[in-house]
Structure formats: C-alpha cells, structure tokens
Design a protein around this ligand. Structure first.
Ligand SMILES: [Ca+2]
Length: 301
C-alpha cells in the first residue's frame, strides 16, 4: 500500500472520529415552541476535587484535596436555565416559586436590587424570578429561585424526555467546571485570567453599588453590573458557559444540618472573588432564594 493511500485512510478515519465526536457530545431537547435546551455530554473520569493547602482564598471545607471518580457520564446544561425556559414551565404548570408563596413574616418575596438606594435588599414581595430589580430579556438566567423551585423545574422537564432530569451532584459540577484543568479558575490561577470567560463581581458592579474596587473584586470591567444573558462569555474547555459567575447553581447534595442545607456552586455576578473559584462552596436552605441563585440541569440517559 502506498504511503499516500495510508495517509488518505488515516485522514478519513480521523475526520470520521471528529465527526462522530461533534455529533454525540451535544444534545438538544426541544420543548414545544420554547427555546431548546442544549446539553453537553460529560464523560466519566477522575479528577482532583477541592482546593490545595496553598490556596489562601479557600475555606476549610474545600480541603483536603481528594481524587474523585465520576463513574457515569451525564449530560449537563450548556448554560443555566433561562428566564424564557422557566416562564414556559410556569405557564404550563401554574407553578409559584418560594418567593411567591412564602407567607412567613419577613420572608415574603425575594432578593433584589434597589436602584434608588443603590443596594441589594430582601426579602421583599416586589422581587421574584420575574423581577430582581433590573431589566431582563428571555435569554437572561432565571434567578431568585430556591432549591425547591429548581427541583420542581427538573420534575417538569423530566416529563419532556425519557432521560432522568436532575440537579448535578457537587462532585459532578466541579468535575465539569474544571474540565480537565487543575488551577484556581479554569482559566488559570490569577483572577484576571477570567476576563472574557465570566460575569463576575467587577468594576461594573462596584460602580452601581458605589463601593470601592477592593481586593475581593475582579479588577477588570466585564460590562455587566448584574446578570448577563447566558452564553455572553467564552465557554470553559468542555464547552460549558457561565460555569463561573452570573448566577450560583444549585446542586443536589444535602448538608446534614438543622435545617438541612443544599450546595451552591459557581459564584455569581455579586459577592466576591473567593466564591468564583472552581472549588468554592456556597450553601443555602431549601427555600433560600437570591437574585444570584439559578439552575443548571443534568440529564442521566
Ligand atoms: Ca460583572
């Protein structure tokens, strides 16, 4: 066989592999006339979870680092759930979120931005997933949703597919966020490396809150003081958008406290640099909702 022929066969096989990869690592779920739900296939594998001892920004509960095996592949939302996707769920089911139903004194409503007073506040009845205090289009991430709301959303989406719809576990989330990387951020160890990859607490945010750009703030201006439309920034190495910043993402894991807490991952447009690291962990009660809590869905085939 000539060298040229062998070379041609190799090229053909390589191109077939690339074709297969490109066609099997994504999945799009169409629900009625609404925005399609795009998912990325996350292969099984192992990774080092948590923060190294040397990470001065890390909390004690991120340590020690340990090797974690992700036994089964799964699909993970390419973006967090959008306002348009959440509205479709509400229109079909009549669902009301915790912010809309909580009747306890001082717990009615959600968390939001008071533009007149230049501050975040809550809970107040005027703030819900429909209005966190700034203008949004249907491409913005839904926010002001609780873990209970996220679970109800998954249950509804589960009626649209034969796959199991759920929240990712905390380990699955960090595995997908790191996407084979091992640094503080999936872009490197320096906060500045996230520029262009995430909507984080930055110069834009501090301009609105009239607070100084201190050591807990990213020193660049990403153009968004509050949430940004999903997919506005570059993805991580596995093609997932907004894994860091924009809105925190509820995970399945329960922290056995009284009352039990659930894990939040990814940091957000608000807060600080520390919470925008791959290993950072946030916590919330099942009914907690903020203008920076959102949903990223996982699918099990
Ligand atoms: Ca920002």
């Amino acid at each position: 066989m000539s060298k040229l022929l062998i070379h041609s066969i190799c090229l053909l096989l390589c191109s077939v592999n690339i074709w297969a990869e490109a066609n099997t690592n994504q999945f799009s779920l169409k629900v009625g006339a609404g925005q399609p739900f795009d998912f990325i296939w996350i292969k099984p594998g192992r990774f080092v979870m948590g923060a190294p001892e040397s990470d001065k920004l890390a909390e004690a509960d991120e340590k020690p680092q340990r090797l974690v095996q992700i036994e089964h592949g799964f699909y993970l939302g390419k973006t967090t759930v959008t306002l348009g996707q959440f509205r479709q769920f509400v229109q079909e089911t009549g669902y009301k979120t915790d912010a809309e139903t909580d009747q306890r004194p001082h717990y009615q409503g959600g968390h939001g931005w008071n533009a007149t007073r230049h501050r975040f506040e809550g809970y107040y009845p005027q703030y819900t997933w429909r209005n966190p205090g700034w203008p949004m289009t249907d491409s913005f991430p839904v926010c002001d949703v609780s873990w209970n709301d996220a679970m109800a959303y998954c249950k509804w989406l589960g009626t649209k597919t034969t796959m199991k719809v759920r929240l990712p576990t905390e380990a699955e989330w960090e595995y997908a966020c790191r996407a084979g990387t091992t640094n503080t951020f999936f872009t490197g160890n320096e906060p500045a490396s996230l520029q262009g990859y995430a909507n984080v607490p930055d110069v834009s945010l501090r301009r609105e809150t009239r607070e100084p750009v201190d050591a807990s703030t990213f020193s660049f201006d990403d153009g968004y003081a509050f949430t940004a439309p999903v997919g506005s920034f570059k993805p991580n190495p596995w093609g997932l958008y907004d894994m860091i910043g924009n809105v925190f993402q509820w995970c399945a894991d329960e922290i056995p406290e009284s009352p039990p807490q659930r894990v939040l991952r990814g940091g957000c447009y608000n807060q600080n640099i520390e919470l925008c690291r791959c290993a950072a962990r946030g916590f919330g009660k099942t009914w907690s909702r903020y203008s920076y809590t959102g949903i990223r869905v996982a699918l099990t085939p």
